[in-house]
Write a protein that binds this ligand. Structure first.
Ligand code: C2E
Ligand code: CA
Ligand code: CA
Ligand code: CA
Length: 278
């Protein structure tokens, strides 16, 4: 019996060691992966519930590993944050997103483009210049770019993060509070972040269909955001029923598998054209 337990321990230890080794190998492969096209950007349309049109798209990074297949961004973004690769990935994503927005405009679609920004990067003083440079290269007006930020740490007016957010907004870029309600600093963010948009996290959206409390919570978030002149986007909408509930609650826009999964740019274009034609 003792021997069995030892085996289990050894096994557990091995798998943890294995996990750590796997993370390190991911990290060492990440730089190369960006250079050789394994890392790419998918786009998920945002459907405006008033006009029934695609009003924007969110850039979501993808890594298709030649042997392992798709690796979740939740996984490699965390590793990238830990090992100082997040700036490089974000530059890559913003570059692709801005290029995409310009191409959409060229084809007559006036759409915003949203990019996820790690909290860590908001402490990097080089961020506004990096973004300004990319916008200038492609000639995209700053108003077309939305930065989705996640509440993590507490925030106040004297913090560096707050000053960074001010600076970004002054340059014309719009901010969105992502994963709203799941972080540690919801009230701080409502008080201090000059965000034009709030995104309700999919956990609330997916729970609201079967749960009165969650439904009321979603309604309250929408009303509160509207009273502060912010628009509201619901993420994770998977059903017609959820769409109808959100429409009745005056939610401004939705994202989710019901509209479309995140897709490569050419498929995004097909979708937009298809919807316009209807
Ligand atoms: P997020 O920003 O909250 O993005 C929403 C996630 O929900 C995405 O997962 C999206 O594919 C997924 N999703 C969209 N609609 C539905 C739906 O109807 N049902 C369900 N079940 N899921 C849906 P994804 O692409 O795996 O990204 C996970 C997270 O990784 C993102 O969460 C974001 O925090 C992070 N991430 C992705 N791309 C980037 C990036 O370029 N930079 C940074 N810093 N983080 C990124
Ligand atoms: Ca997001
Ligand atoms: Ca989310
Ligand atoms: Ca997130």
């Amino acid at each position: 019996e003792e021997a069995v337990r030892n085996d289990e321990l050894v096994y557990k230890f091995d798998s943890r060691k294995h996990e750590a080794q796997w993370e390190i190998s991911l990290l060492t492969q990440l730089d190369r992966a960006i250079d050789n096209g394994e890392v790419w950007v998918a786009y998920q349309p945002k459907l405006d519930l008033t006009s029934n049109r695609v009003s924007g798209a969110e850039a979501l990074v993808r890594w298709t590993h030649p042997e392992r297949g798709p690796i979740s961004p939740d996984k490699f973004i965390r590793i990238a944050e830990e090992f100082h690769r997040i700036e490089r990935i974000t530059r890559f994503v913003i570059n692709d997103a801005v290029r995409t927005a310009v191409e959409l405009r060229r084809q007559g679609f006036d759409m915003t483009i949203s990019v996820n920004i790690s909290a860590q990067l908001l402490r990097n003083p080089g961020l506004p210049d990096m973004i300004a440079e990319i916008l200038a290269i492609y000639g995209l007006p700053a108003e077309m770019l939305i930065l989705e930020i996640t509440e993590t740490d507490r925030l106040d007016r004297s913090s560096r993060t707050f000053q960074m957010l001010q600076k970004l907004v002054q340059s014309g870029i719009r901010l969105s509070i992502d994963d709203f309600g799941t972080g540690n600093a919801t009230i701080d963010y409502l008080r201090y972040v000059p965000a034009a948009e709030v995104k309700i996290d999919k956990v609330f959206i997916q729970a609201m269909e079967g749960n009165k409390e969650d439904l009321l919570l979603v309604q309250s978030i929408i009303e509160m955001a509207h009273s502060q002149d912010r628009t509201v986007v619901a993420e994770g909408v998977e059903t017609q029923a959820a769409l109808e509930i959100l429409r009745a609650m005056q939610c401004d826009a939705i994202q989710g598998y019901y509209v479309s999964r995140p897709v490569p740019f050419r498929d995004l274009l097909t979708q937009i054209v298809g919807r316009e034609a209807r």
